[in-house]
Design a protein around this ligand. Structure first.
Ligand SMILES: [Zn+2]
Length: 71
């Protein structure tokens, strides 16, 4: 488990919440190549602590940006 920091798209407030790191297979044109993209899966519905809007949910995986991907 990991804690992800994400900026609320509604009010700009930073939120921290627990996520699982998952690997999603990416379909590429060459069938010999299997590409897996690391993504984050929220453990629950996450509401912004400031404005209360839902900013993440378990059904929507979050793509890891290169700049924030730290092992
Ligand atoms: Zn907010």
């Amino acid at each position: 488990m990991k804690v992800l920091r994400m900026k609320c798209p509604f009010c700009g407030c930073w939120n921290r919440f627990p996520v699982d790191k998952v690997f999603v297979e990416q379909h590429v044109s060459d069938p010999k190549i299997k590409a897996f993209i690391p993504m984050y899966k929220p453990l629950e519905f996450i509401r912004c602590k400031k404005c209360g809007e839902i900013i993440a949910n378990p059904n929507e995986l979050i793509r890891i940006e290169k700049s924030s991907a730290k092992a």
